[in-house]
Design a protein around this ligand. Structure first.
Ligand SMILES: Cc1cc2nc3c(=O)[nH]c(=O)nc-3n(C[C@H](O)[C@H](O)[C@H](O)COP(=O)(O)O)c2cc1C
Length: 352
């Protein structure tokens, strides 16, 4: 309530990317003051054994996490933990820092409860993430699982360079990840990315799977796909995942422009190209989750991501076969309380 009445109206005066960054930095600063973190935790963390889940060999304290793109280097992981999220996908991380798309590149579509983005994965590179994560001093009583989402640098254009980028990020981040998410999507063009070139995709993934054999400690590898892939392409990716030993799927990234929108065509034309997150991504996500569960006969755990804006949406995604859910747009539209509200809702369902 406080977020919707007071915080979001102020944030809406500025471009979403800047205002979210300012808000996160302010909260992180405030968290250093005495009692602030315990107060946030007391108001947001829902501790209950029945919320706990083991998925792809990892114990999660609850099913709601933060999707990739909000915290690229892991600076806010412990803040999100205080707000009740049980895991976060940091990144997308690339070996070298990059920031290629001009701003503004994230826009709100309030009539659709959506965000339009073409960020092109700006991030400070793996070395910065390593330096942030190695300085962390997490509260052992409120662990947050770290998923490291990896991608290739935009300037890596040849197949060799792309494979090498994924290898580098995977190797360097291995000790800092609880699990990996290989980002097969392209935030600027939902129909592009590694998912559109399955030969290159399998070349990258074969390398990572082979590298994992020689490392200490098994780190699950998940694939992140868009939820509006052509059915044949989706099945090719799923068959590869099932045969090769991929541990799970994050479904999915932002939807394409084919999503039905209430925002006027003129406004969309003004804003230009980009992927659509939030409400318009929900239906496609749900169908994709159902399809993955059916085709894999439940053998590929799914993290549902796309348009989950309320506890009821999360409930539907879990019922469709997802093991975990993650949110991005909901944090913009509803505030960080979405994790607590969803966990309370799930407990209420358990009680019925
Ligand atoms: C501004 C913005 C930046 C994003 N950056 C990334 C990214 O770097 N890597 C990634 O895999 N997904 C990225 N995403 C996609 C989100 O992780 C998520 O898949 C998408 O927003 C759908 O979820 P939602 O409807 O809950 O927002 C980004 C989304 C937005 C809106």
């Amino acid at each position: 309530m406080l977020y919707k009445l007071l915080v979001r109206p102020v944030l809406s005066l500025f471009p979403p990317e800047s205002s979210t960054g300012v808000l996160l930095r302010m909260l992180k600063g405030a968290r250093r003051l005495p009692l602030v973190a315990p107060i946030i935790r007391a108001g947001h963390r829902v501790k209950d054994k029945s919320l706990e889940k083991e998925v792809f060999g990892i114990r999660f304290s609850a099913p709601v996490g933060v999707a990739a793109g909000l915290d690229r280097s892991g600076e806010y992981a412990d803040l999100f933990s205080d707000f009740g999220f049980s895991f976060i996908e940091i990144g997308s991380l690339t070996p070298l820092p990059q920031d290629v798309e001009p701003r503004p590149r994230v826009f709100t579509l309030p009539r659709d409860k959506a965000l339009l983005s073409r960020t092109g994965n700006p991030n400070k590179g793996v070395q910065q993430a390593i330096s942030v994560l190695s300085r962390r001093n997490p509260n052992p009583r409120t662990p947050i699982r770290i998923g490291v989402n990896i991608s290739a640098n935009a300037r890596s254009l040849t197949d060799e360079a792309i494979v090498s980028d994924y290898r580098t990020s995977f190797a360097q981040m291995y000790d800092f990840a609880d699990f990996f998410v290989v980002n097969l999507t392209d935030s600027r063009r939902p129909d592009a990315g590694l998912q559109a070139d399955t030969d290159l995709m399998s070349e990258v993934l074969d390398e990572l799977l082979e590298m994992r054999l020689v490392y200490d400690g098994y780190k699950p590898i998940l694939l992140k796909i868009s939820s509006d892939l052509m059915p044949d392409l989706l099945d090719t990716i799923l068959d590869y995942a099932l045969l090769s030993g991929i541990d799970g799927i994050v479904a999915g990234g932002p939807a394409g422009r084919s999503a039905e929108l209430k925002t006027s065509p003129q406004r969309l034309q003004e804003l230009g190209e980009g992927g659509i997150s939030g409400r318009p991504a929900f239906q496609g996500m749900l169908e994709t989750v159902r399809h993955i569960s059916a085709r894999s006969k439940g053998r590929l755990p799914v993290v549902a991501c796309g348009g989950i804006l309320s506890p009821e949406d999360a409930e539907m995604a879990l019922e469709a076969g997802a093991s975990l859910v993650e949110v991005y747009s909901a944090i913009w539209y509803q505030g960080p309380k979405i994790a607590k509200k969803t966990h309370d809702h799930i407990l209420h369902l358990h009680d019925r």
